[in-house]
Design a protein around this ligand. Structure first.
Ligand SMILES: [Zn+2]
Length: 239
């Protein structure tokens, strides 16, 4: 497993002969209801990528722990960064990895927030123009597996700290799941951007954690790991 944080300079020089692919994972410190840790998005994506890295050779970078949170930004515990910071940071990381010889870049996020994802996509658009001969993908498992994952969960429209994320945490790290928050959905009146976000969404849950199980979490993780491997294989074939 080519875990960037653990390998040496000589190992890097050796392994880069085998692969020019690197995955940069992105997470958040964000409220996930009363029952899941603030680190949930980060933990899930890094664990899924480590499982994928056991089966397929690619460089796996450490997670960028902070992300852009909007609807949850006022909830206790959430520590967010701005889209501008995320754009500059992700752009710097890819640019320097490019200088070290890497050519295929996957920016994979455990957080599916729209401003967060659009910041990463803006970066990718800028990079594909600026760096010669690169291939780049930006994704969150919840985008690319929307249909498959919604078949694992019974709750329609399950999104944040609900049935799916709770199930995955029960499968990966049950000791980090502290009971279950009640079913809840945000009541922010569309299409308005409101300041008092916690007033419309006090519990910070979008879906039904009560329906979660480790078994569903295992199915979701299998889908995510296989999809990541499939996308890496596809990016390496692009001419
Ligand atoms: Zn999450």
């Amino acid at each position: 497993m080519y875990l960037l944080e653990n390998i040496t300079m000589s190992e890097f020089k050796k392994y880069i002969r085998n692969t020019k692919t690197i995955v940069f994972p992105f997470g958040t410190i964000e409220e996930h209801g009363k029952h899941l840790p603030l680190n949930t998005d980060t933990f899930i994506i890094y664990e899924a990528l480590k499982l994928a890295a056991k089966m397929k050779k690619f460089f796996l970078a450490p997670v960028v722990q902070y992300g852009v949170c909007t609807t949850t930004k006022d909830h206790p515990g959430t520590i967010s960064i701005s889209p501008e910071t995320l754009r500059r940071l992700s752009s710097d990381l890819v640019t320097d990895a490019y200088k070290k010889g890497l050519r295929n870049f996957l920016l994979i996020s455990g957080h599916g927030g729209s401003l967060h994802m659009s910041a990463l996509k803006e970066t990718a658009e800028e990079l594909i123009e600026r760096l010669e001969n690169i291939r780049i993908a930006v994704l969150s498992p919840y985008d690319v597996l929307w249909k498959e994952l919604s078949e694992v969960a019974e709750t329609p429209n399950d999104s944040h700290a609900g049935e799916l994320e709770t199930s995955i945490m029960l499968y990966l790290a049950p000791e980090l799941v502290k009971g279950r928050s009640p079913e809840e959905y945000p009541a922010i009146p569309k299409p308005f951007i409101v300041k008092a976000k916690t007033k419309y969404w006090p519990g910070g849950v979008w879906g039904n954690p009560q329906k979660a199980s480790a078994e569903k979490g295992g199915k979701a993780i299998d889908l995510i790991v296989n999809k990541i491997i499939e996308i890496i294989e596809r990016i390496e074939k692009i001419k």
